[in-house]
Design a protein around this ligand. Sequence first.
Ligand SMILES: [Zn+2]
Length: 269
Amino acid sequence: MVSGLTSVGSMFASHPQFVVAGQSTATCSTHGEYQQTKYQSGRVTKCPECEREREQQRIADEKAAQLREAAERKSKLIDDLIGNSGIPKRFLSKTLKNYQVSCKEQQDVINDAKAFLIEFSSPQGHSGRCMTMLGNTGTGKSHIASAMALCVIKHYGGKARFTSVSEINRLVRESKSYNAEYTETEIITAFGNYDLLIVDEVGIQSGTDAESRALFDVFNARYQNMKPTIVISNLNINQFKDALGERIVDRLKEGGGLILGFNWGSYRG
Ligand SMILES: [Zn+2]
């Protein structure tokens, strides 16, 4: 064994590529003089500093390429998540920053939204408390809710979904058709699992009992999973309580859940 290895070693050692023919001093235009070794094969060693720099550059390039690929993968993932988020197109550029605050109540809402979002970065995750936005159309509820969903996707890498009561009802209705791709249970489970779910148009549906039950099932699934939900309604607090019932409203307030009144005039931001 040992003699075998030795003979392989000596075979290399005697190869013209490895037999030193001579040493001399060479000059690198950047690093100055260096000891150059010439081999029998004619190969000469290059400036060791240049070699070292080339190797460092190669490692740096490789690392940069890896980072670029990772960033591309992430941005593709974010694009997919945004594409599947259901956020209406006109709200895709909304942020909390570009919501123009013109009164203290609006600033309070922005602060509440930020506090709600910060929970996504806590080690134990979001508490699952809800946020309910009540007020007339045009007061900026969808703007703020969309900005929050985009923040969850972009900054926390979470899954956020913007839906409406009518969409939930339509999906549940379709699940009952003979060629449905999903069952009702799968739909409820999917809505129950998003890191953030926004439900628009709550309280205006005059649907069947089965339809109100679907909404309740979604709320319940999220409650069980401790996932936060943002509820949007054009109703005022009394109409909202009448429409949903005290029990659901209590649950929306549980664990620090907020019911926010967007009580200013129309907002265009
Ligand atoms: Zn050099």
